[in-house]
Design a protein around this ligand. Sequence first.
Ligand code: GLA
Length: 387
Amino acid sequence: MTIQQSLLKHFNTAFAKDAEVVAYAPGRVNLIGDHTDYNDGFVLPAAVNFGTHVLASRRHDDAVNVMAIDIDNQPVSFNLSQIAFDDKNTWSNYVRGTIIELIKFVQTSQSNATISGADLLISGNVPQGAGLSSSAAFEIALLKALSDLFDISLSGVDAALLGQKAENNFVGCQCGIMDQLISALGKKSHAMLLDCRDLSYQFAKIPDGMALMIVNSNVKRELVSSEYNTRRAQCEAVAKHFNRVALRDVSLVELNEEKHNLAQELYKRAHHVISESERTLAALTALNSNNMAQLSHLMAQSHRSLKDDFEVTTPELDYLVELLNSVVKEEGGVRMTGGGFGGCVVAILPKALQAQAEQVVQDNYFNKTGIEASIFICTAEQGAFSL
Ligand code: GLA
């Protein structure tokens, strides 16, 4: 039985009827450009072969019943007329927040669609809390399912913006647009250079012969969301200091000229963001010209900057980067990926070095940290709204 067949069966057992639509959206890995998206900067992610399925069927009333197989497989219900935050089943807030935004979208886009209640089944294999965007995959799969179910015309960019608003306005994470946009619009075998200011994008092929390896440190830090929101507020404070819309509008030269007027911590945060956005553009050129030595250098600088200036790495992530670099050297790149505070490291490396890279992690990581790492070899995939 395929995954889809077994999910259809599960849906039928749970709700005593067939699912009308099946949607799927991928998680992502970011090659370079972290904490730049909410500063209107550049990012270079790829959608990956891990993701979330949402199966849905319409109801004739306003009830929404949602069941997450991988969480507790118990239905959570709420009514469309009164969508409140759920302190107990916190995962359901992604559904609640996303539906609120979709309803607003339908109202303001003068679409003829009507949203009624629905029965929903969720299942995914993106490791949670690992910095691989399990929540964006969830939101985008849900938006794909609901837009198909209620015949709402939604572009990939619309879906990404709605998913982001659900997190910003309802869930309480002030995330940027990267995760939702790549989950919606990723392209097979390619990374996407996204300009987070105007949401224009272009694709860069992952060179043949290169593999994407993700290693999960399996460390999850507490307070990720509040630390994340603090970083964002610090970046906005520096933009405000310069009287600019975002750090995108401040150059490194200007930042350095103002260094003595800024608290050291704020200077470091802004230094990371501005230099990271420059590195991301340079990484696109390196990838397009298959210049792995240059990519290697840029990814190493990115990791150092996230460690020293943005202070979002952990000793475990730093150690994984050190281990993988001892194998990959200048033939590919290694860095932490995503929001940080635990989570994963990404390596782009020649397929010929894959086994050796896995070995170095297996031989050393547990001995030093007492934690087992999980290793995934990934491929770049299509997004949920890609044509
Ligand atoms: C999280 C957020 C993204 C982005 C990254 C860091 O994944 O959801 O918007 O800010 O962190 O690059």
